[in-house]
Design a protein around this ligand. Sequence first.
Ligand SMILES: Cc1cc2nc3c(=O)[nH]c(=O)nc-3n(C[C@H](O)[C@H](O)[C@H](O)COP(=O)(O)O)c2cc1C
Ligand SMILES: [Mn+2]
Length: 487
Amino acid sequence: MIHIKDLREYIRSLADIGELREIEVEVDWNLELSAVIRRCYDLKAPAPLFNKVKDIENGFRVLGGSAGVSRQKGLLFSRIAISLGLSPHAGAHEIINILASSISKKGIPAKTVNTGVCQENIMTGQDVDLMRFPSPFIHQRDGGRYINTWGTIIVQTPDRSWTNWSITRIMLLDKNRMTGLVVPLQHVGIIHQMWKEQNKPMPFALAVGCEPAVPFFSAMHLPEFVDEADVLGAHFGEPIDIVPCKTVDLKVPATCEIVIEGTVSHTETVSEGPMGEFAGYTGDARPQPIFNVSAITYRNNPILPVVVAGVPVEDTHTCCGTVMAAMVLAELWKHGFPAASCFCLYESALHWLVVTVSRPSHSQESTKNLAHMAKEIIFRSKAGLDIPKVILLDDDIDPSNVNEVVWAFATRCHPDTDSHFYRHESTLPLIHYLTMAEKKDTSSTKVVYNGLLPGFDRSEISSFKHSFPIEIQEKVVSNWKRYGFSD
Ligand SMILES: Cc1cc2nc3c(=O)[nH]c(=O)nc-3n(C[C@H](O)[C@H](O)[C@H](O)COP(=O)(O)O)c2cc1C
Ligand SMILES: [Mn+2]
């Protein structure tokens, strides 16, 4: 495992495998930069590093597509894989399985160090100026410029027993104020409520441009009172270095690019959003707390990573989808469910979780029973909170292969008898098709589609792999160029 310990080393690794494009042409933070990032997603092009942003001082840069998928052969998941310490050639199955076993291990807490490059430059008091950073105006219907789309917000319970890392979007208000989503069901919302009950603002530190694994662990739905930093430590087998902040009693990853310190108000709110969201639509503007900034520290020539949320596949899908699948797989293992693999299809914008099941041919377990078991394990766990639709398939299907999943889902699920509905399940309000009442109650129907075929015989499949003897398959593959094909 190769633990990449800062964003710049990650950028060099991307360049080494042809997954980075440095852009020297000046771009505008007002819609242009984000449109370039969006088009990179659509073309599965390399991650863009913008070296010059209009009206922003020289050296302040922006990175897009930090966890984007690649169009290069064999490198589809390369950015996700190297972020998590694996070979750029690792496939979905390997990534999800390794992550699921890290989640099942004992945590390794972060290690405090005295100094970090994230504090090479310091602004406090009157000098604090958020406007110096190249925060983009992302989509034309957004409510403002977003300074945070990929950074980690760090907060602690008033008794200091739990330090939570999570990603939440944060919008600029002026030179020393921001607002961001503090969702009551999320840990940042739960901890904010604890501070509110003490009638105090909540100290926060926003760590932007961390080592590439940090966003993945920050997007994990771990149980309450579990520190995300400990799980990152368990994954790499070594702690992450953290350094004390300048104006709040919190610690941040020592090598991150930009740190914004301050407090989240317990009394004052302001309109946040709307913003283009991961489901692929513009969301709603809502009142959210004001974040008052007391200090900003940053590396020389800081790099601000940006996510342009919207239709798949963008970084929200790859990051949340990967960790969601790993958490569900860990949960299924824990309960002895015969899961072969698990994947949250990026193309479904986090709405379809596919579980493949390995069943011995003589298995007497009814498929209905397996569907019921999967539902109980997935929807009852924190990992399954955000998942509205589960598809169960046999393990001849690769759950990360959208073509295979679409074919199997279309042909193996009876619309009547294989759809198992579960009413009044707790849900994320950001799901587009929910009614206003369901969004308000955060409760809706979830479904398991059971695509496990009773008495399934693989030799019935009509395909290159199943319709020809192995000698013919090998002959055709080895003669491919002779037939005149180029690849
Ligand atoms: C790019 C990206 C943006 C995200 N934005 C938000 C957001 O604005 N609000 C939110 O509640 N969750 C957002 N999430 C999801 C949370 O980070 C995720 O649900 C995480 O588990 C929350 O942490 P917690 O379990 O410690 O509460 C985002 C995730 C990613 C990868
Ligand atoms: Mn958490």
